[in-house]
Design a protein around this ligand. Sequence first.
Ligand SMILES: N[C@@H](CC(=O)c1ccccc1NC=O)C(=O)O
Length: 287
Amino acid sequence: MTPVYRGYDQEGLDAQYERLVAPDSYAIFDRWRARSDASAAKRPCIVDIAYGPSEMEKLDVFPSADPDGPILIYIHGGYWIWKDKVDFRFVAEGVVDAGVNLVVINYALTPHVTMDEIIRQVRAAVAFTWKNAGGVIPGNRNRIFLAGHSAGGHLTAIAASTHWQSFDAALPPEIVAGGLAVSGLYDLEPIRLSYLNETVGLDEPMAWRGSPICQTKMEMPPLTLVCGGGESDEFKRQQRDYAATLERGGAIVPTLEIGDLHHFAVIETIAEPGSELNAALLKRMAV
Ligand SMILES: N[C@@H](CC(=O)c1ccccc1NC=O)C(=O)O
C-alpha cells in the first residue's frame, strides 16, 4: 500500500470521508426534508432574502417571539457539493421556541465555485446579518452565533476566524459572539488528497487558506465542538486536533463526542429539545 495521508492509503483515506455513512442515508435525507417542510409550515418564515448578488446568496429567517433575542446562523453540510437550506429548516424545532431567531443560509457549491468563494459568501451572509439585525433580520446584533454540520461545521469555524475589518472596513473587529460546530472539517489537507477533491478542487494554498486549524486568530469567539461517537476516526481526530490548537491559544473549548451516533444521526438531535447537542447549543448562546 502507498500511504497518502497519516498512514492511510487512497482507499483508506477515501473511506474515512465516505459520502453515505449510513445504509439508509437516502431515507435520512428524505426525513430531513419532510421534517423541514413541516417545520416551515407551522411557523413564520421569511424566505430567500438576498445577502449578495449571486443566485445562491440567499437566506431564510425564522423569527422567534423575542425580537431582541440571539440570532443563530445555521450553515448546512454536504461536503461543499450537495444539499440546500431547504433540507435543514428542521433546525428551527430546536431553537426558535427557546427565543432564538434562526437564519438558515445557502451558499454556492463546488465545482461551480471555489472554496475561496464559498468562504467569501458565508462571510458575506454573516456581515449582512450583523448589518440588518433588528431590521429585516429580527434579533440582537451583539448576540450573533454560528452553527453548522460537517462542511457547515468547517464554514462555522472559518467564519469565526474572520478578520472582519479586512473583509469589510465598515465592520467592527468582532461581529460573532460564538459558535458550535458539529462533525466539522477543520483541516482540508486530507480532503484535498481524497476522492472529494475531483469536485471540491482544492490546491495546496487554497486548502491552507481554508483550513480553520491553520487560520486561528487572536480573540476567537468561543466555539463548542461536537461529533458523534460513531463517526470515522478522521472526523474524531479533526475535532481533537482543532480543539487542542484552539486551547494552545488560550481558548476554553467544550468538546463532546455523543454516544455512538453516526455522521447523519448526530445532527438530527440538534432539533430535539433536551438532547446533549441541543443543550450544548443553547448553553453556547446562554439561553
Ligand atoms: N454525501 C451525501 C451528502 C453528505 O455528505 C452530507 C449531507 C448532509 C450533511 C452533511 C453531509 N456531509 C458533509 O458535509 C450525498 O451524497 O448527498
